[in-house]
Design a protein around this ligand. Structure first.
Ligand code: ZN
Length: 306
């Protein structure tokens, strides 16, 4: 099969993977402070920097793999499924109705497709899970909390590209203020920033989610509570989502999936309590086994198919 490039655009770095079918041949990470750029530059200037940095990263990889014709990008934003336009990106404020696929294709002179990052990861996990007939729900726990749903083999983006914005399902009425403007969104509890906030509220100390996981593994009570709260909130949200979609296969991915063992007990007991009885014991929830390459893999596979 022809090689393809899959790219995962994060807030602070750009990951460019070269794939031969499902096999990752090479991953290159580039420093790319897109979030910082969007907070400090005017939208047009920020956009030009994002395009030039991304194009440069891809070009560096294309030097080694000039035969690659398919390039897919997982981007953290609402992607209009009809036009591929990035309508908006909560992580990258100021961007509005920009066309990443078109602008990059123009610079690179190759076809580029763009998909929401969590939806691209969902597609990667779906392909690795041997394409379950009932589809698959993906929950990506990173700095924020994203979601993706694969329905009948196709990424389900919704009419406006905002389907499965599960991070903004409210689990704590009048809870923590979220970047979206509402209070108590699950992302404020079940994400790296949510765990940091939980730990800070308990201890007045500001540590990152990885440090808190290490403390929890050593038995630190506050760190354990922070992760238990994440598991509880995640299950509360998922119970609602499966009542709508009735999809039994759920994959937990993202950078925080490595701490699944710290969330699992509170997640399972809350899920059992919140599900309608007919669904209890019938869901297959598992942490991703791909590390965190699912986003790049999914983007590369989508680039091949669409
Ligand atoms: Zn929110």
């Amino acid at each position: 099969m022809a090689k393809a490039i899959g790219i995962d655009v994060g807030g602070t770095n750009l990951r460019v993977g070269v794939f031969d079918d499902h096999q990752l041949l090479q991953e290159t990470r580039f420093q790319a402070d897109f979030s910082q750029i969007c907070h400090t530059c005017a939208p047009q200037e920020a956009w030009e920097k994002i395009i030039s940095t991304t194009a440069e990263g891809i070009r560096n990889v294309l030097v080694q793999f000039p035969e690659v014709q398919h390039i897919g990008i997982g981007f953290p934003g609402f992607i209009d499924p009809k036009t591929q336009t990035v309508a908006q990106s909560p992580n990258f404020p100021g961007l509005k109705n920009v066309n990443l696929a078109q602008d990059l294709a123009h610079v690179l002179q190759k076809k580029v497709i763009v998909e929401n990052d969590a939806l691209a990861a969902a597609y990667g996990e779906y392909c690795l899970a041997d394409k379950p007939a009932t589809g698959l729900i993906y929950l990506g726990l990173g700095t924020g909390l994203g979601g993706g749903f694969i329905h009948s083999g196709t990424p389900f983006a919704g009419h406006h590209g905002v389907a499965m914005e599960v991070g903004h399902i409210i689990v704590e009425p009048n809870g923590r203020l979220c970047g979206c403007g509402n209070h108590g969104c699950v992302e404020q509890y079940a994400s790296a920033s949510g765990v940091m906030m939980s730990y800070q509220l308990l201890t007045n100390q500001r540590l990152n989610a990885h440090e808190i996981a290490q403390l929890a593994d050593g038995g630190d009570a506050s760190a354990l509570v922070a992760y238990q709260q994440a598991g509880d909130s995640l299950a509360q949200m998922l119970a609602s989502v499966v009542k709508v979609l009735d999809v039994p296969t759920i994959v937990i991915g993202g950078g925080m999936a490595h701490a699944w063992h710290l969330m699992r007990a509170s997640f399972e007991s809350r899920l059992e309590a919140d599900l309608i009885p007919v669904l209890r014991g019938k869901l297959l929830v598992k942490p991703s086994k791909t590390g965190d390459i699912a986003g790049m893999l999914g983007a590369s596979l989508l680039a091949r198919h669409w």
